[in-house]
Design a protein around this ligand. Structure first.
Ligand SMILES: Nc1ncnc2c1ncn2[C@@H]1O[C@H](COP(=O)(O)OP(=O)(O)OP(=O)(O)O)[C@@H](O)[C@H]1O
Ligand SMILES: [Mg+2]
Length: 425
């Protein structure tokens, strides 16, 4: 029997084990193009309606992108802590609860790790955001309980939790040479979480680090929110978001369709007959039907996740390029339809959310009763810390701190394994 640290992320998940007394991240999948082993598994499932099989991670995304007949689900973690948790979703002939779907995904992670270390794994430290729900402590408690029940149902016997930024702090502590007051910033797909931690080479094996955690805070804003804002500010115009009623000038198409289409974990809600009927009805009443036809085609082809993935990729590309094109040729080939997206549009679209994230960092400092000048190191992890605006903010708010960029996708996972070793060995 053995232990693991499991980081169930909104966008990517990892699982790590101990081998020869070292934390090792499990290679979970091969990169479909390069063939290199990947220690992240995108948090995605694909239910194939022909074979009745479920695939996971990059394979799931590939099956969907290659047009296999079925249903893709992503960002299931966002449903934990939301009111959608008790609902299910119809997949082919059966209704599945979201807890069942999360269990399928976590089982696949656990099995990959068991096959890697050739033994059963019965003990887990699961990562969790500081808040599953920012406003409702009861929903937050229920979300953790739900995750615990799912972990039990898939065979874990010893289950405990650690806040994700604290796990990242444990990972960073492995490399330091002297005591530091570190601000850990973990911005992922669903949440942004922060810890201020007194780290020291001499403290790292201490069992109880409670006194060294000077502050711990988080906010439910992450990369999937940035995707939604970028989508609503740009590509949704091609689908009629601002088209007006023929008989009610100034009144636009109902916004909720576009918000669902731009929100990873709500896209499946559009694939109901009721939505299709409402949109067909609305089409007759709109001043411009062409973009609405495009929207109907997109929904009928169940291409919502494909569009969301293109928007996400545009956001990622904009960390290296001033502008990029989102190709919509899969909907209209000749002339080929596309949508130009600029870095300026991205920064305008996400500015409000980013300011809230930066305000939450200030609240973290207040919690610790510290000023920016008291922070010796900023350690960043999580994919969304690659955004230009985040780097600019850190350098201007903490000009005297040393900035250390951690492993964007594995730092939390490595820290969770170290925590599992501390708790269960
Ligand atoms: N270069 C980049 N620029 C901007 N965002 C990026 C970049 N690379 C990845 N991202 C975003 O990072 C997010 C995924 O990060 P990560 O894998 O750390 O999240 P997660 O751990 O799954 O989520 P969470 O911890 O919030 O549950 C996605 O929203 C992705 O689009
Ligand atoms: Mg994460």
């Amino acid at each position: 029997m053995s232990l693991c640290g499991l980081d169930f992320g909104t966008s990517n998940s990892t699982i790590g084990v101990i081998q020869s007394d070292q934390a090792v991240m499990v290679p979970l999948e091969q990169h479909p193009i390069t063939g290199s082993p990947e220690t992240t598994l995108p948090s995605a499932l694909f239910f194939d309606f022909h074979s009745d099989e479920i695939s996971f991670g990059r394979k799931a995304i590939d099956s969907y992108t290659n047009g296999h007949f079925g249903r893709l689900l992503r960002s299931m973690k966002s449903i934990l802590g939301s009111s959608q948790m008790e609902e299910g979703t119809q997949i082919k002939t059966r209704k599945y609860l979201f807890s069942e779907i999360i269990a399928f995904f976590l089982t696949s992670l656990k099995e990959r790790a068991e096959s890697f270390c050739q033994q059963d794994i019965d003990s887990v430290v699961l990562g969790r955001p500081v808040h599953f729900n920012d406003h409702n402590a009861e929903l937050d408690r229920v979300a953790e309980e739900k995750l615990r029940t799912i972990a039990e149902s898939i065979g874990f016997k010893n289950i405990s939790f650690q806040h994700e930024p604290i796990a990242a702090a444990h990972d960073y502590e492995q490399q330091i040479k002297q005591e530091e007051i570190a601000l850990i910033i973990d911005m992922g797909g669903g949440t942004s979480d922060f810890t201020i931690f007194r780290l020291s080479p001499s403290l790292k094996n201490k069992a109880d680090r409670h006194d060294d955690i000077l502050a711990n805070h988080g906010i439910h804003i992450g990369g999937t929110d940035f995707d939604r804002h970028l989508s609503l500010a740009t590509v949704m115009n091609q689908f009629g978001m601002h088209v007006q009623y023929k008989d009610k000038p100034g009144v636009e198409m109902p916004k909720h369709f576009y918000v669902d289409l731009a929100t990873w974990h709500r896209i499946h809600l559009l694939y109901s007959r009721k939505t299709l009927w409402s949109l067909q009805d609305l089409r007759l009443r709109m001043a411009d039907t062409r973009p609405i036809d495009r929207l109907l085609k997109l929904i009928q082809q169940k291409d919502g996740h494909r569009l969301a993935a293109l928007v996400e990729q545009a956001k990622i590309d904009l960390s290296a390029l001033p502008q990029t094109d989102i190709s919509l040729a899969f909907l209209e080939e000749s002339p080929s339809l596309s949508c130009l997206v600029t870095g300026r549009q991205l920064s305008d679209a996400i500015d409000h959310d980013l300011q809230r994230v930066f305000h939450a960092i200030d609240e973290t400092l207040n919690q610790a009763e510290l000023k920016p000048g008291d922070i010796s190191t900023i350690f960043t992890t999580g994919g969304s810390t690659a955004l230009h605006a985040v780097d600019q903010y850190i350098r201007s708010r903490f000009p005297n701190a040393t900035c250390v960029q951690g492993d964007l996708f594995n730092s939390v996972g490595k820290g969770l394994v170290l925590e599992a070793q501390r708790r269960y060995c």
